[in-house]
Design a protein around this ligand. Structure first.
Ligand SMILES: Cc1ncc(COP(=O)(O)O)c(C=O)c1O
Length: 407
């Protein structure tokens, strides 16, 4: 069991005051802070190994290539993929999903086919499918959310998940509700009707164990910056047989086997999907972030984050004039979304900032869900491995001050 108190010392950004108060960073669902080992790894790469990868025959290029391909193998192990070739490096979750929506969807969907989504999807797992539907003539369907308790209404699946559904995309953990969805069950249900499954793991990859083979998903997307890694690097996992039959979505250097003036042939996956100079330095640092998280233990991280979210949920429930979203029990990840009656979410965030507390406020890239719930936005506290129970207390005290201010 890690010593959470010393874990906090690993994160230099937390050693600062904001508005004269110790920083309480509760905006981890947007991006997490970075441990010193990850920051050092990036500096080390640039100080020692930096050169372009794959094509070089000199020492630095070979070292950089080893670092990059080593990171691919490390990420494959992190999510228990069958082979490193199933890992495509991207800019982040958004780009990973757009890759599938461009390459797989354009090649496989026809008018009348159905793309099934859920009402709790982040815009990144919604807009790419709207664009794909527009291009291919496919139509969208949504699994409803039950209400403020934030669960998927799985009683509707028999009606919605018909043979016309060719792709089912859903989030592992909702960034607004905190709900942890039963992904293995959803992947199995998709497979039973011959649909491919796409899991948005942006909010889960750094917070809990991920095993793509146990999950049974066809594609899974996540971002390095939400899991103690640096910005600008993300991952698309895809089953090998699917990736190998998909056309490239971007053309350029690195992804070709042969080029002629009028046609070209592609390399297999993953190079086929990594046109141009890849983000090798940030990929290397992502591998180090994977080591860091596994050193602490992802089950322990999940217990820690969910424990703080549960504590926050209970303490916030005791406040007057508050509306809490998401499931109240063990189906919740490490975040809590709430709306104070008569106080705009942006005011909550601005005033909490005066107490040194970093929250997020607004629609959280979930506009349709907000509309369905009759909200313009919520404030969100999202926890990570360096947060403490004392910070939950600081949040509650700050909200009490804000309520008093507006009363
Ligand atoms: C559930 C979910 N999906 C996708 C994204 C998009 O991630 P990125 O902006 O890193 O591509 C986010 C970001 O907040 C998210 O929370």
């Amino acid at each position: 069991m890690p010593s959470w108190k010393t874990v906090r010392d690993d994160f230099p950004a937390l050693r600062q005051q904001v508005n004269g108060q110790p920083l309480v960073y509760l905006d981890n669902a947007a991006t997490t802070q970075k441990p010193q080992v990850v920051i050092d790894a990036l500096s080390h790469f640039y100080e020692h190994d930096n050169a372009n990868v794959h094509r070089g025959l000199h020492a630095l290029s070979m070292r950089a290539t080893d670092d990059y391909e080593g990171a691919r193998a490390r990420v494959a192990k992190f999510i228990n993929a069958a082979a490193p070739e199933e890992i495509v490096f991207t800019r982040g979750t958004t780009e990973s999903i757009n890759l599938v929506a461009s390459s797989w969807a354009d090649a496989n969907l026809k008018p009348g086919d159905v793309i099934l989504l859920t009402e709790m999807e982040h815009h990144s797992n919604l807009v790419p499918w709207q664009l794909a539907a527009r291009r291919t003539g496919a139509v969208l369907r949504y699994v409803p959310v039950t209400g403020d308790d934030g669960r998927l209404d799985l009683t509707q699946l028999d009606r919605l998940l018909t043979r016309e559904v060719k792709l089912f995309a859903f989030t592992h953990i909702s960034n607004t509700l905190g709900t942890i969805n039963p992904v293995a069950e959803l992947c199995a249900r998709a497979r039973a009707v011959g649909a491919v499954s796409v899991v948005d793991a942006a909010q889960s990859s750094g917070h809990m164990p991920i095993d793509v083979r146990a999950m049974g998903c066809d594609f899974l997307a996540f971002s390095g910056h939400k899991m103690a890694g640096v910005t600008g690097i993300g991952v698309l996992y895809g089953r090998r047989h699917l990736l190998d039959t998909m056309p490239p979505w971007q053309g350029g250097g690195g992804m070709i086997a042969h080029v002629d003036f009028f046609e070209s042939r592609w390399k297999p996956s993953p190079e086929r999907f990594e046109a141009g100079t890849p983000n090798f330095a940030d990929a290397y640092a992502l591998g180090v972030a994977c080591d860091y998280l596994d050193g602490l233990g992802r089950e322990e991280i999940q217990r820690h984050d969910a424990g703080l979210a549960q504590l926050a949920y209970e303490k916030l429930s005791a406040l007057p004039k508050i509306r809490l979203l998401g499931p109240p029990d063990g189906e919740r990840g490490g975040l809590v979304s709430f709306a104070l009656h008569d106080v705009h979410a942006h005011d909550v965030v601005t005033l909490a900032d005066q107490d040194g507390i970093a929250l997020r406020g607004g629609h959280h890239c979930n506009q349709p869900l907000m509309k369905k719930l009759g909200l313009t936005g919520t404030a969100r506290a999202s926890f990570y491995l360096y947060n403490t129970a004392a910070e939950v207390d600081a949040l509650v005290a700050s909200l009490q001050r804000i309520q008093k201010f507006f009363s």
